[in-house]
Design a protein around this ligand. Structure first.
Ligand SMILES: Nc1nc2c(ncn2[C@@H]2O[C@H](COP(=O)(O)OP(=O)(O)OP(=O)(O)O)[C@@H](O)[C@H]2O)c(=O)[nH]1
Length: 192
């Protein structure tokens, strides 16, 4: 690939209500965190330019609302995605149990029957000492599906950039026709 050419990638973040999707994006793009909760109505987009292996990438990151009533609208935004982030909240067991459904729905709508779509799972809010989902459980779920898993905190920024950059790298490999190889995420997460 010509490293002087900017590559545009569409990344989408999906997952249950209130798991911290918007907060993760704002932490990654603006390095800010807000305690207030304002649910995302449908979707919104942020952009960030990064370089991966000297290739400039323009990430167009789609934040989506987790409310059930937006579910069918949100799925119309899947089209054209180059990478998908599946987010859950480690303090909310239901949000973890919903992951399978979010993943299946995404894969069914975006790439029927194709394997190896660039995807990462984010277990967010690890700064809170009230876990309902252990790292072992989430890691095992992801390992079974060959999806890199990151324990993250949008509040203090732990592992957030690593997760986005791993996904961007996988997406770049895929759009370059070099295939998708799951990365082993670094275990940098600190518990609270
Ligand atoms: N302690 C802590 N709180 C967080 C973290 N991430 C998000 N929150 C809080 O969780 C609440 C929901 O965060 P959002 O980022 O709006 O969640 P969302 O997934 O975008 O929500 P929807 O758009 O409604 O689906 C807010 O009050 C955030 O401040 C985190 O890593 N740690």
């Amino acid at each position: 690939m010509d490293s002087s050419k900017k590559v545009d990638l569409k990344i989408i973040i999906i997952g249950a209500l209130g798991v911290g999707k918007t907060s993760l994006l704002h932490q990654y793009v603006h390095k800010t965190f807000c305690e207030d909760y304002r649910t995302t109505l449908g979707a919104s987009i942020l952009t960030k330019v990064i370089a991966v292996d000297s290739t400039p990438l323009k990430l167009q990151i789609w934040d989506t609302g987790g409310q059930e009533r937006f579910r069918s609208m949100v799925s119309t935004f899947y089209k054209g995605s180059d990478g998908c982030m599946l987010a859950f909240d480690v303090t909310d067991r239901e949000s973890f149990e919903a992951l399978e459904n979010w993943r299946d729905d995404f894969l069914e709508k975006v790439i029927p029957r194709e394997l190896g779509f660039p995807m990462v799972v984010l277990g967010n809010k690890i700064d809170i000492c009230d876990r309902q989902v252990s790292e072992e459980l989430a890691s095992a779920w992801c390992k079974d599906k060959d999806i890199p898993y990151f324990e993250v905190s949008a509040k203090n920024g732990i592992n957030v950039a690593q997760a986005f950059e791993t996904l961007a790298k996988q997406a770049l490999l895929t759009v370059s026709g070099l295939g998708w190889v799951p990365d082993k995420p670094e275990r940098k997460a600190r518990q609270c």
